[in-house]
Design a protein around this ligand. Structure first.
Ligand SMILES: C[S@@+](CC[C@H](N)C(=O)[O-])C[C@H]1O[C@@H](n2cnc3c(N)ncnc32)[C@H](O)[C@@H]1O
Length: 240
């Protein structure tokens, strides 16, 4: 759908629509102007404090639902870097599960909490670095962490100029969060577990290498997104 059409679909008031056209012209994403976005079968509030949920992330969620149903019963799940809460909330709606979600941004957690209420999903939110304040054990750790390298030239202006940099960029060529999460994950994972990541499309080999460093006996599979780009990595531990 064209951006203008999108605004017209969601904004009825004439004055608000005029204002929306101005914001659109100034380069703001339609989703922030309208204030919400559809993701999977659900609708999520979005504002400048959270990343706009992407189609690829719907695919991450779909694969994770498939694997959760195949390998686990009523899994305990943690979504690290939840942003709008789209991953955690969708998983809670689609799988009988207990779901935790963390984010370092207090403002993001506030949005995610509103979205959980809006979608009638019971999630335990934790405002912390990665999962530092989580002391339980989980079956599934899922994350779409920031993964764009600081010197990335492909990032579009509309993304760079509007979405929170805390949600986009990562040190070490975009690999910092994969290493941090994988380094610390064994503390909170059950023996049988799954780690599900969205990754930058050039990061497959390097993330796989980091995963094998911390989980040498894991079974790893990668999947491509709809555009046939390497986009997801699943690290299975003792899932026979
Ligand atoms: C790429 S966004 C993903 C948001 C959402 N999960 C999604 O898929 O649309 C990454 C999220 O990680 C959060 N984040 C960044 N650094 C973090 C950290 N050290 N600990 C926890 N969350 C962090 C950001 O605030 C942001 O919400």
């Amino acid at each position: 759908m064209e951006a203008k059409e999108y605004l017209e679909k969601y904004i009825e008031d004439k004055n608000q629509l005029e204002n929306a056209y101005i914001r659109l012209k100034s380069g703001e994403p339609v989703q922030y102007i309208v204030g919400n976005v559809d993701f999977y079968n659900y609708n999520f509030i979005v504002n400048k404090n959270v990343l706009i949920p992407r189609f690829e992330t719907e695919e991450l969620v779909s694969y994770t639902i498939l694997f959760a149903n195949k390998y686990f019963n009523n899994p305990i799940i943690i979504d690290v870097g939840t942003g709008s809460g789209c991953i955690a909330i969708t998983l809670k709606k689609e799988i009988i599960s207990r779901v935790y979600a963390t984010d370092i941004s207090k403002e993001a957690i506030e949005v995610a909490m509103k979205n959980a209420k809006r979608n009638n999903a019971e999630i335990e939110f934790i405002n912390c670095n990665l999962f530092d304040k989580f002391n339980g054990k989980v079956d599934i750790l899922i994350s779409n962490p920031p993964y764009i390298s600081h010197d990335d030239k492909e990032i579009m202006d509309i993304v760079k100029n509007n979405e929170p940099h805390l949600a986009l960029y990562a040190d070490n060529n975009g690999l910092y969060y994969y290493e941090e999460i994988l380094k610390k994950a064994s503390r909170i994972l059950n023996r049988k577990s799954l780690i599900a990541f969205e990754i930058g499309y050039k990061q497959k080999d390097e993330v796989k290498k980091i995963a094998l460093k911390y989980f040498p006996n894991s079974h790893i599979i990668t999947k491509k997104d709809m555009e046939k780009k390497d986009r997801f990595i699943f690290i299975f531990n003792n899932c026979e």
